[in-house]
Design a protein around this ligand. Structure first.
Ligand code: AMP
Ligand code: MG
Length: 408
């Protein structure tokens, strides 16, 4: 049986980034850029007023009060009609181009207007210039984003500002989510005797979309070889296939056999971890057009096991497919707010709530929650993630430091 680190290393060697594609900027949020992008013009593209007021020559403010003749009105989006000469001023709005001759903008609040004359008693103790020189933010040809940048809301705005409406980026991986189990009913149904609601399809689908990937959630399938085969074959058309349930040693645990029969080559089955031991991982046959085979994760059916397996193995793989740097995550450390007694020969991930954010030493505090085990979604819903414990029978006192696997 593989250790978590070994299993993760196996997953990551198969999780190569998808080929880059062209995408419209409006669809680019969350994608990883695969090109350097340069500014197509200076920004601002002209000397730009930063306040509403009057563009003046600072020499005219040497002796205040000043009386200046208003010769122009420059609105944002307009250009000045004339220069500002000695003894003159121009009305100017925030964002409008500064006229020739002017080197200061006096805020409108510090002026009085009488007909075509503006009176300035005091331009302010430190008037400043109140305008931004052309190119002060960025110069034409400067790189504004480099390949590898993750496109957050500000970065897509920046791309828009340089006129980049079509970008080269790594696509969102598409992920098929397929729950298996004779006992499953839809969340909107009342379970009969022995039945449970299919919550995994919802939580796994949500984990996928929360990472910016595209989830394709299949209807639950029965523990029946033919039905399972058809659904899995369909799922293998996606970059990643997540199955839920049916990977343990039970008589109706048909997933490994079906995957094998469809040419999915097994990389490992079972990991020394709790919860999540039955995890199965393999690579599907090469797809149409030489597209690499689907990465297949056979997740255990227990809801908490599925979540922990997803966070440990699927999340890093999806990030790699999406073009994010293929680095194995170093999870943050937390201090235990209460002592924990650990037992068992597998490393464990126990639901825990962060109760203090990281201090100067970079270490926060977390409280391990009392959980009823790998079906107890309610406790995990109150948690921020999972505290990681090494295998063995021991007690860790309050204040001891462990790693923390965050939910988001
Ligand atoms: P399995 O891994 O198929 O043996 O499933 C283990 C247990 O997980 C089952 O007995 C169910 O109680 C639960 N389970 C399996 N699939 C789901 C699902 N899709 N949603 C919620 N619970 C599930
Ligand atoms: Mg099952």
């Amino acid at each position: 049986m593989l250790e978590v680190e070994e299993a993760l290393a196996e997953v990551m060697t198969h999780a190569r980034r998808l080929p880059a594609v062209d995408r419209r900027l409006t669809e680019a949020l969350g994608l990883v850029l695969d090109e350097d992008v340069a500014a197509d013009r200076d920004s601002p593209a002209f000397d730009k007023a930063l306040v509403d007021g009057y563009a003046v020559r600072s020499a005219d403010l040497a002796a205040c009060p000043a009386r200046l003749r208003v010769v122009d009105e420059i609105m944002a989006g307009n250009t000045p009609r004339c220069a500002v000469g000695p003894g003159e001023a121009a009305v100017i709005m925030t964002g409008a181009p500064l006229p020739h001759g002017a080197d200061t903008v006096v805020m409108v609040e510090r002026t009085r207007r009488v007909d075509d004359v503006v009176l300035i008693d005091d331009p302010g103790s430190t008037p400043g210039r109140n305008w931004l020189p052309r190119g002060r933010e960025v110069r034409s040809g400067d790189l504004v984003l480099r390949a590898g940048a993750v496109l957050n809301p500000v970065r897509v705005g920046l791309l828009a500002s340089v006129g980049k409406t079509l970008i080269r980026a790594f696509p969102r991986p598409t992920v098929a989510v397929l729950s298996t189990g004779d006992e499953l009913v839809e969340p909107g149904q009342v379970p009969g005797p022995g039945q449970v609601r299919n919550s995994n399809a919802v939580s796994l689908g949500a984990l996928v979309t929360s990472l910016g990937c595209e989830a394709v959630v299949f209807p639950a399938v029965r523990d029946e070889p033919e039905a399972l085969r058809r659904a899995v074959a369909e799922g293998l058309r996606h970059d990643v296939l997540l199955t839920s349930g049916g990977v343990s040693a039970g008589q109706r645990d048909l997933v490994p056999g079906v995957l094998d029969s469809l040419g999915v080559s097994k990389v490992f089955h079972k990991v020394r971890v709790k919860p999540g031991k039955p995890l199965w991982f393999g690579v599907g046959p090469v797809r149409e057009g030489e597209t690499p085979g689907s990465l297949v994760f056979g997740l255990p059916g227990n809801p908490v096991s599925g979540v922990v397996s997803f966070l440990l193995f699927v999340r890093p793989a999806l990030r790699a497919l999406a073009g994010q740097p293929n680095k194995v995550e170093q999870y943050p450390r937390v201090r235990l707010a209460r002592s924990v007694v650990h037992s068992g020969d597998r490393p464990s991930y126990l639901p825990a709530r962060l109760i203090e954010s990281a201090g100067q030493d970079g270490i926060g505090a977390a409280e391990v929650l009392d959980s009823a085990g790998s079906g107890d979604l309610r406790t995990v819903a109150a948690a921020d993630g999972f505290a990681a414990f090494l295998a063995g029978d021991y007690r860790l006192d309050q204040g001891e430091i462990v790693r923390f696997l965050p939910l988001v």
